[in-house]
Design a protein around this ligand. Sequence first.
Ligand code: HSE
Length: 401
Amino acid sequence: MAKVAVMGYGVVGSGVVEALDMNKVSIRNRVKEPVEVKYILDIREFKDDPFGHLITKDFDKIANDPEISVVAEVMGGLNPAYDFTKKLLMAGKSVVTSNKELVATYGAELLKIARENKVNYLFEASVGGGIPVIRPIYACLAANEINSVMGILNGTTNYILTKMYKDGVSFESALKEAQELGYAERNPAADVEGHDACRKIAILTSLVCGKNVDYNKINTVGITDIDELDVVYAEKMDSVIKLIGASEVFADKVYSSVEPCILNNSHPLAGIEDVFNGVLINGNAVDDVMFYGRGAGKLPTASAVVADIIDCVRNKDGFEKYSWEPSDSEFVAPYEENKASYLVRIQGEANSVQIEKIFGDLETVTVADSEFAVITPYISNKELDSVLKELPVIKKIKIIK
Ligand code: HSE
């Protein structure tokens, strides 16, 4: 019998306990022994919950119990998750997590501690909810040099964008629905301002590079400034607007960003709607590979956490060698060096003389009387921002063909 503990009894934690219970027979058959939850750590009381008797407020009870071999940390946030995870790994217990903030911030250190103590630190649920992506990148794409990683990495914002522009629902009510469905972070600013997607692209990029990608260095723009006219422009360009996390990978540098993008309808990520996420990876042997599925939600996320628990129980004597090393401060290229083509919305009537003087002959797009937009050539943010200073710019949106 394998005894496990679950730290945090929120949306994901309750899903983990439910999935282990719901599928206990098939899990026992796969693992060749029953997998049972012995403790659930939470500061709240759950008197009427069927698993309420497992609740404890005492972390040390878990850390000091020799029967516990695997712990699921699904509390989220850095504190006390960081401290607890370190103590558990040092006590010889494997830890599995959905906590992208912790993995993105302390992943290199926690993986090192896990290796030194011959236990696992697994985090399949930290990116893409229920989509298998961490292990496939690490294991199944190991023959490749990875050229690029890009994706729709946040279910809440994809749900909001889909509801707003397909069903005409307001931003606020779409966000409320996403919260009610258990998709949003405790503080939904992390979703709508792009920080959640930023941590996820940092984790994926660290994994493919084997070097730490500091998420604080990734230029991150959320969806709060996206308005109806942006969507009209996108439609006119046979495109949709999606929040995209992307990294171009080179031996000594990565170019990473998180921002709303105008994505052509022929792009593999363009049709991904609602809470679904997609991750598109290009490797030098395999070419393009895409992973698709539910990026948030109770049972989809629990599916990935429980799979990691099962992996730890199955491989008690072995351990995964996921790792990434610390990197120097130059590893993530600064915002100014990132290059793309942009749609630039400009106030007033199309003034071709002025635009031509700045950019040369450019394609313009018009959807309203009071403004127009130009499609820029492939250009660095530094160059573009310096020329845009001369114009009454409303905003610029990256274009992905
Ligand atoms: N708030 C996150 C999302 C949850 O919406 O994608 C899954 O990481």
